[in-house]
Design a binder for this molecule. Structure first.
Ligand code: TXA
Ligand code: MG
Length: 313
């Protein structure tokens, strides 16, 4: 199929209304969307990405008014999180409404909901007139795309339309919080830090990384975010590891000699460039990517989560 690349939210929304897939920008990463109520359109997402069908999707809404189209009930704590962080890089898990097709939620009784904080995404969602089910717009197993060019690399010829926007401002996926149990749990760390969540919800905790049995968030059991190159975590970019086939990303400026290097001015920068850098390194044929460890707080927790997953073989 031919993939239309457009800046027109109308053209993109028409594709959604016809039951086609559209990749679209958000502040976190690019998403691959379908009309949440169109079961066969949702099925196409799994085929295009090569995604396991038990891994549920996030439903994207343009206003809090749309919550009742997808969720059965909104617990008090969810209301507080919504008030504090919507629109923004926070996804909350709620009891699902009966009319949401089972393939959106991987057969679960819950649904993940997020309201992106990005003007183009908002215009696109409003033009669609329906909530949009969307995972990240990468081929399964690859780093999430933070630019429309990265979406082209992964999905050109496999989807009908790419809505072109700027590079994603955050660069990492949203924080996912389960609000369906008594005490809210962070299932995936992200741009909304645990410290900020605690201000609204003091009892919140981060789910243990290793769980036995069925993971609460099915996506967390798959290998993720990984470039072809081997990823290694280091404390500082020492001379011994410099090489033309090695790359480095971190906060400390490295010595010359890496095939590719990115010095980040802040944790925000690190988050914003990480996936982009992974993809760049693969294009250059880099063999090893050294990622500098950052302290385990704030955005550092999400950065280290993604780096460790990429490093895990
Ligand atoms: O920033 C983001 O969240 C991006 C943009 C496009 O919005 N989306 C994204 O989607 O990262 P995806 O599919 O790559 O990751 C969704 C995560 C997965 O780990 C999935 O298992 C989890 O959310 N999830 C979705 N529905 C769930 C549910 N009902 N219960 C538990 N986990 C759920
Ligand atoms: Mg993903």
């Amino acid at each position: 199929m031919e993939t239309t690349i457009t800046t027109s939210v109308r053209v993109a929304a028409r594709h959604i209304q016809r039951g086609n897939l559209v990749a679209f920008p958000t502040e976190t990463v690019y998403g691959l969307g379908a009309d949440v109520f169109n079961r066969s359109a949702v099925n196409k997402i799994f085929r295009a990405k090569g995604r396991p069908s038990d891994n549920p999707l996030i439903v994207h809404i343009s206003s809090t008014g749309e919550l009742r189209k997808v969720a059965d009930k909104i617990p008090r704590i969810a209301k507080e999180l919504i008030r504090a962080f919507f629109p923004g890089p926070l996804t909350i898990i709620l009891p699902k409404r009966h009319n949401i097709p089972g393939n959106v939620t991987g057969g679960l009784k819950t649904v993940a909901v997020r309201m992106p904080d990005h003007p183009t995404t908002q215009r696109f969602l409003r033009a669609c007139g329906t909530p949009i089910a969307a995972p990240s717009a990468n081929r399964s197993g690859k780093p999430s795309p933070t630019s429309w060019q990265a979406v082209v690399d992964d999905l050109d010829g496999r989807i009908h339309c790419i809505l072109k926007g700027e590079r994603s401002r955050v660069g990492l996926e949203s924080t996912v919080v389960d609000c369906t149990t008594g005490r809210p749990v962070v299932l995936r760390t992200g741009a909304v830090s645990i410290e900020r969540l605690r201000k609204v919800c003091p009892g919140i905790r981060i789910a243990a990384r290793k769980r036995v049995g069925i993971p609460k968030s099915p996506g967390m059991k798959y290998r993720h975010y990984a470039p072809k190159a081997q990823v290694k975590v280091i404390d500082s970019p020492r001379r011994e590891i410099t090489s033309a086939t090695a790359a480095y990303i971190g906060l400390t400026r490295p010595l010359a000699g890496f095939g590719s290097a990115k010095t980040c001015g802040s944790l925000r920068d690190y988050a914003r460039f990480l996936y982009h850098f992974f993809r760049l390194c693969d294009q250059k044929g880099i063999k090893t990517i050294y990622c500098q460890r950052v302290p385990h707080r704030g955005l550092g927790i999400a950065i280290m989560d993604r780096v460790r997953r990429a490093a895990h073989r």
